[in-house]
Design a binder for this molecule. Structure first.
Ligand code: ADP
Length: 760
């Protein structure tokens, strides 16, 4: 601001000239006037010559302004001048008013306290009437302060701490009401703690709009540790002359004790029935966190300098301890969340499916026990887990799609409907959302929801009408509100905001999931590799062993046949039977070895994939089974053509042949039929259905195990129990699945696919 502007701004702010254009400027620090309970002097250094003085000097110093201007301090304060000058030269005057001396003039019973400080290069003396003996603080002030500080130090939790602070400050000041306010980011504030005279209406919990304490006033509150307004109904006293005669500057009263306050402020206080106030800033890390505000309703109240100092000291201590108390509150919550994160990660390491590990409502801990919210969800493609109150699955999917386009890895808002209009329909459940995308390339989200918080804002008046058009001149005027009736405003589509530590916890969990999932994926990859190696080894072993076994077996079989022929007619019945048995056993052993070879072949050999006509393959398989065991008169039904498919036709022919053979074998009905076909699904399902004996439920998995037969060796045409195992291996080599559905006594359907799920 240049001097001309400053001069303009320094005009006393009165109810007449306050308007929107000047209220939010810096003028509150240049009021050009003081409160009447003291005198202000602007003194030139180094000679300490008085250049400006407030017009009420007669009352305090017994001389009018004209007689003081141009005089030195020594001439005016003759008795205490040496002490005063000594103090002025020795103490630092740059950090706000310091007490210089107490002076009692001859004939006056009360005396004055003199304070001094420097601001914008000017030395400002403030002379304030000292308290009478009755308001003098008691002798226990120091021990009372010490006790209060110790008690404050020992409290746990921010709320208890503030409650104690306002209570002790009320004791020191004797005010009717002492409150602690906390400012929100937008400059509005609310009363977080209150100590008051019993009969007064409580203000605890009331919210105040930012315009109640405009930015310049907030800045000033942050500059001095205590602002005292003994009488709200005061008449401001001008400085004389208005500007410094040499610099022509208005006096910057940012730090002064007597600064006259804005009429907006006094008007506002009067509306609240307040007669006197004392305001102390609550600072945290150099920022204005809130205020302690003392209000007296019963009448004007001037607090003696000593009690004020004690109060100021106490509020200073409150500020110093405030950060630690608030952080301790946050710290214990952070500890809790960290412990829950650990438990969740531990669960995840046992079960890497995070729907199971984190999204089970009935199992604690889960997502919802981690971060305070009313609902949580895990949204993956085709799989959604919901805990608590959340939007519907469809709405969650749409939200996830929208979130994918958001750049943040941790997305948090407490006004979702404002930025994502579809949320309007479910704002009562989810006006606030905190979401993390599990991994960049996935569409998987962890989400937390908070409901619309129809905030009953108890504004101390109507925040939408801080301005009124004046009746008299039609100008826009800032009008202190005329009523203090509770005024409620619903703030729609907003939830409680998400705290930074909550966002951090969500981000940590995301990282942990990624780490666990990655570790898991690596483990699975390794196990698969080992398994594949082991399978290859096993197959080669089976191949070599069966191959090598075949030769001696052929020898045994040959020798037994020779014996049978050579001994024809020479041995008895029993001997012949035994030889027969040897031959049967060698044949069976040969079958077993042959199946083992086929099994290992199916595992070892590369698939020879071609596009083949499946109906032709089925024809060939049926012909393979023509002479197989079982009844021949079976009705084979083929409802529709299957068509072409990419596969290894030799392996697939084996699959069909095994299934068709079984369907023919395991059937004891008079009219037997088999149905062969496919169902249109993705991938297509091929099937062989029969009206045979069926398979009991507990055997439906076991039938696929090698050499597992459910029947006696020779029942149902015999067999070694390897057909289904070989079929399963061939199916799995194609990436497909094989399974059976069956009803005992009615029949079975064997299904198989030749491609992984989702592929055709
Ligand atoms: P095998 O037919 O040589 O015994 P498989 O592996 O082909 O060996 O079949 C294993 C077992 O599964 C059979 O012993 C039989 O008990 C049962 N099974 C297979 N197919 C059918 C079917 N279509 N109906 C009833 N049971 C069957």
């Amino acid at each position: 601001m240049n001097p001309a502007e400053k001069r303009k701004a320094s005009t006393i702010v009165t109810a007449k000239n306050v308007d929107l254009s000047n209220c939010d400027r810096e003028l509150v620090q240049f009021p050009g006037a003081v409160q009447p309970h003291g005198v202000m002097m602007i003194v030139d250094e180094p000679a300490y010559v008085i250049r400006q003085v407030s017009e009420n000097c007669v009352k305090f110093l017994g001389r009018p302004a004209e007689q003081l201007l141009g005089k030195s301090i020594e001439e005016v304060f003759d008795r205490s001048a040496p002490q005063m000058l000594n103090r002025l030269r020795r103490v630092s005057l740059e950090n706000g008013p310091v007490h210089v001396v107490r002076e009692s003039f001859a004939g006056s019973t009360r005396g004055v306290n003199i304070f001094a400080h420097r601001c914008d290069g000017a030395l400002i003396l403030e002379i304030e009437a000292a308290g009478t003996r009755a308001d003098a603080p008691n002798a226990h002030l120091y021990s009372d302060v010490r006790e209060a500080v110790t008690a404050l130090e020992n409290t746990h939790g921010l709320q208890k701490f503030l409650d104690l602070a306002v209570d002790r400050i009320r004791n020191f000041t004797g005010y009717d009401r002492v409150m602690a306010y906390k400012f929100a980011e937008d400059g509005s504030g609310h009363v977080v703690s209150e100590a008051k005279r019993q009969d007064l209406e409580p203000y605890l919990g009331l919210h105040y709009p930012a315009s109640d304490i405009p930015a310049p006033a907030r800045r000033l509150f942050g500059l001095s540790w205590l602002r005292h307004l003994p009488d709200v109904d005061y008449v401001p006293v001008r400085l004389y002359p208005e500007f410094h005669p040499a610099s022509h500057k208005p006096v910057d009263m940012s730090f002064s004790i007597l600064r006259s306050v804005s009429v907006m402020y006094t008007g506002y206080l009067k509306n609240m029935g307040v007669r006197s106030t004392m305001v102390m800033p609550l600072m945290k890390e150099g920022q204005l966190w809130g205020l302690i505000s003392a209000m007296h309703h019963s009448g004007p109240r001037q607090v003696a300098y000593e009690a004020r100092m004690a109060t100021e000291f106490l509020s200073h201590m409150v500020s110093l301890l405030l950060g630690a108390k608030e952080d301790a509150d946050g710290y214990s919550e952070r500890l809790r969340m960290a412990a829950v994160t650990d438990q969740l990660v531990e669960k995840l390491s046992r079960n890497s499916d995070f729907h199971d590990a984190l999204g089970q409502a009935e199992r604690s801990p889960n997502l919802l026990t981690l971060i305070p919210a009313t609902g949580a969800a895990i949204v993956s493609r085709g799989n959604i887990s919901q805990i608590g109150s959340t939007p519907s699955k469809q709405e969650l999917e749409a939200l996830a799609t929208w979130l994918t386009a958001q750049p943040e890895t941790v997305f948090a808002t407490n006004r979702l409907p404002e930025i994502y209009p579809p949320a309007l329909t479910y704002k009562s459940l989810a006006s606030g959302v905190l979401a993390v995308q599990v991994a960049p390339e996935t569409q998987e989200f962890l989400m937390w929801f908070r409901p619309e918080h129809i905030e009953i804002v108890n504004w101390a008046g109507d925040p939408k009408k801080p301005v009124k058009v004046s009746q008299t001149d039609g100008e826009l005027r800032l009008q202190p509100r005329s009523s203090f009736a509770l005024w409620k405003e619903s703030v729609e589509g907003r939830s409680e905001p998400w705290r930074n530590d909550e966002k951090e916890v969500a981000a940590n969990l995301r990282q942990a999931i990624n780490e666990v999932v990655l570790t898991r994926a690596r483990q699975i990859e390794r196990i698969n590799r080992e398994l594949a190696d082991a399978n290859v080894e096993l197959d080669s072993f089976a191949y070599v062993a069966s191959h090598d076994l075949k030769e001696p077996l052929r020898g045994v079989h040959l020798l037994a046949s020779f014996l049978q022929r050579g001994l024809e007619g020479k041995i008895d019945e029993q001997g012949r039977e035994q030889l027969d048995n040897i031959l049967k056993l060698t044949r069976r052993m040969d079958d077993l070895i042959e199946s083992l070879l086929q099994y290992s072949r199916t595992g070892r050999l590369e698939l020879n994939l071609t596009t083949a006509n499946m109906d032709e393959i089925v024809d060939e398989a049926i012909s393979d089974c023509r002479h197989s065991a079982g009844q021949q008169n079976v009705d084979i039904r083929r409802p529709k053509a299957i068509g072409f498919v990419t596969c290894d036709r030799v392996r697939v022919r084996e699959i069909w042949a095994n299934l068709i053979t079984n369907a023919k074998k395991y059937n004891d009905k008079i009219n037997r039929w088999i149905e062969i076909g496919s169902e249109d699904s993705s991938p297509p399902r091929y099937y062989v259905r029969d009206n045979g004996i069926g398979i009991p439920e507990d055997a439906r998995e076991r039938v696929f195990e090698i050499f597992r037969r459910m029947h006696g060796k020779n029942e149902y045409g015999g067999g070694v129990g390897a057909g289904l195992t070989i079929a399963r291996r061939a199916v799995e080599r194609h990436g497909g699945k094989i399974w059976v559905e069956s009803k005992v006594g009615e029949g079975s359907t064997f299904y198989f696919t030749l491609a992984p799920e989702g592929l055709s």
